[in-house]
Design a protein around this ligand. Structure first.
Ligand code: C2O
Ligand code: CU
Length: 461
């Protein structure tokens, strides 16, 4: 497919917007002040209606919080919503008490109340924060923002270090957020709440300014409730340098597409050689251009590009590792069949009456019993099997893991991740060291799936 055909056929109806960026400054006492509140934004260009949203500091997405590796981050969070909420710092190997999981690591922050988050960020990379109370409802109304941890030595000029938060929305005909179907059983039991429109940093079809002959880092964050985005970096001249915040040893050329599942991040580098527009597309189904890189002539000479240093993560000892099975079952389209081996029809009907459609190891949702308890410093291999008819984006709190194998085949690059995708009938093996004491969630980041059964926890002593 020729990129030029897309340049002619898209963006015209919407009218390109400039890419909004907004970085949060610290207050005098060193706190970032973050407030969840109601607000409005246009999700479908200037002609779309205003949507009623729930926002951090009135911004869509929430303001970018930018800190340095190893820094202590203090956030004074205030809840001005009508319901309880909490903030999770996705991908940060954080102190358990600051993980933001209401009911597991802290009580939910009630309306009018505040909570001080205070934590250290051990790893450089691209992370994000989002609501972690009724996430299936709060996140797709707008409660998400980027959290960027810079390397100690700057690798990119700040103007060339670009964060793009990609979000899928379900809009009405008039371009406003569709709200009637929040929590719909059909979405929960199928692929989740899928939308019909994409924004980047809250804008429709934005222009992203780049400079010719300069290296840029493009940090992609998928904050969608359920939408998997297929990205083809080579179509716009980019290479991948990090996934889920964890830097590779060298920039990687990707043949074809790479999936960016809900909650996942992908850092790219690109150095445009001519001052021409470049289409930024998702490749899910037909290529769809959702932004344009506008390349202008360079105003200053380029700095040479060096790979950001990789973070130091504890290497699991595979020979000594304990194996933990994680069998996913449930959902529509025959996924319940796998559950019937262990449950009676009555039990399954009752589960569904309670709004539970999915199960890990036969258990829908979480109770007082963890999936496993580990000592500090144990090596764990999770052997997951997806017996459902849908893809899932599995996230572990407080740890990063290596993705070792898919369908019994060792991967060429056992990358570090905090969220892995699994396809129907796939087996995926991941490994990590339980080096962070506390109670940690494991859940599907398709937020409706998590709310209807795909959520459990593990404990590190
Ligand atoms: Cu991104 Cu349990 O979270
Ligand atoms: Cu799922």
């Amino acid at each position: 497919m020729n990129r030029r055909t897309f340049l002619k056929t898209t963006a015209a109806g919407i009218g390109a917007a400039l890419l909004p960026t907004f970085s949060l400054a610290r207050s005098a006492d060193g706190f970032f002040e973050l407030t969840a509140e109601k607000g409005q934004a246009r999700l479908y260009g200037k002609d779309g209606g205003l949507s009623d949203l729930w926002l951090y500091n009135g911004r869509l997405p929430g303001p970018e919080i930018r800190v340095k590796r190893g820094e202590r981050v203090k956030v004074r969070f205030l809840n001005k919503l009508d319901e309880a909420t909490s903030v999770h710092w996705h991908g940060i190997r954080i102190d358990n008490a600051m993980d933001g999981v209401a009911g597991l690591t802290q009580p939910a922050v009630k309306p009018g109340e505040s909570f001080d988050y205070d934590f250290v960020v051990p790893d450089a990379g691209t992370y994000w924060y989002h609501a972690h109370t009724m996430s299936w409802n709060q996140v797709p109304r707008g409660l998400a923002g980027p959290l960027i941890v810079e390397e100690n030595e700057p690798v990119f000029d700040p103007a060339s270090d670009i964060t793009l938060m990609l979000n899928d929305w379900r809009l009405n005909e008039d371009g406003t957020l569709e709200t009637a179907s929040f929590g719909a059983r059909h979405d929960f039991s199928h692929a989740g709440r899928l939308g019909n429109w994409l924004t980047i940093n809250g804008a429709s079809m934005p222009d992203i300014s780049l400079q010719q002959d300069r290296w840029h880092r493009i940090r992609l964050i998928n904050s969608s409730a359920s939408r998997v985005l297929d990205i083809a970096p080579s179509r716009f001249g980019a290479k991948v340098i990090a996934l889920d915040g964890q830097s590779f040893d060298e920039a990687r050329d990707i043949v074809g597409t790479l999936q960016l599942s809900p909650a996942q991040r992908m850092d790219l580098v690109m150095r445009p050689e001519t001052a021409e527009d470049i289409a930024f597309e998702t490749m899910t189904g037909q290529p769809f251009q959702f932004a344009t890189f506008k390349v202008s002539e360079a105003s200053a000479p380029d700095l040479p590009f060096t790979m950001p240093a990789a973070n130091t993560l504890p290497e699991p000892d595979l020979a000594a590792a304990r194996k933990v099975p994680l069998n996913m079952a449930g959902g529509a389209m025959m996924g319940m069949r796998a559950l019937m081996e262990e449950k009676s029809e009555d039990e399954i009907r009752q589960m569904m009456d309670n709004g539970m459609f999915w199960a890990f190891n036969g258990k829908p949702g979480m109770d007082d019993t963890p999936l496993f308890s580990a000592k500090n410093g144990e090596s764990i291999v999770i052997e997951s099997r997806n017996d459902t008819s849908f893809a899932h984006a599995m996230h572990l709190h407080g740890h990063h893991f290596r993705v070792l194998e898919r369908n019994g085949k060792k991967l060429e690059h056992p990358d570090w991740r905090d969220t892995f995708t699994t396809q129907p009938r796939e087996t995926v093996k991941i490994a990590f060291v339980t080096d962070n004491p506390g109670k940690w969630l494991i859940h599907c980041h398709m937020l409706g799936h998590a709310a209807s059964g795909m959520m459990t926890w593990f404990e590190v002593a």
